[in-house]
Design a binder for this molecule. Structure first.
Ligand SMILES: [Zn+2]
Length: 136
């Protein structure tokens, strides 16, 4: 799958230019992110973080800058907004009024996020009986 990895230029403790590679992906039905640091000059390699949780802003920003946002949209009208509201509320942990706004966006211009975030939300919505499609 594309769009799940980005590299951030950083400086290693040894003084050389190094790379922080960040990944966001769906694993065991959860949205994960991780980060690893590596420096070719001194050979330092470090797994910084891995966890099933929302990615921090700098990680999201790097992914969005590298690949651009992915847009998730409803396919066709919904007989009822309730299933979509339920899934959006659960997956994004937002209060009901915010979930309502997001479902509204989903039915119009679409919701934007990283590729992994939209894959994750899209899978959940489809399983909840809400037809959505990713729009690239
Ligand atoms: Zn180094």
């Amino acid at each position: 799958m594309t769009g799940r990895t980005a590299e951030i230029a950083v400086r290693c403790a040894c003084g050389s230019a190094a790379v922080r590679r960040v990944n966001q992906f769906v694993l065991h039905d959860e949205l994960w992110w991780d980060a690893e640091f590596s420096c070719d000059a001194c050979g330092a390699h470090l797994c910084e973080h891995a966890g099933a949780e929302p990615a921090p802003d700098d990680v999201r920003a790097a992914l969005l800058a590298a690949h651009g946002p992915v847009r998730l949209r409803l396919v066709g009208p919904l007989p009822s907004r309730l299933p979509a509201l339920k899934v959006v509320r659960e997956v994004l942990s937002v209060p009901l009024p915010r979930a309502g706004e997001l479902v509204e966006e989903l039915s119009r211009e679409g919701l934007e996020g990283t590729a992994a975030e939209m894959e994750f939300l899209g899978d959940r919505l489809r399983r909840g009986g809400v037809p959505v499609d990713v729009d690239r």
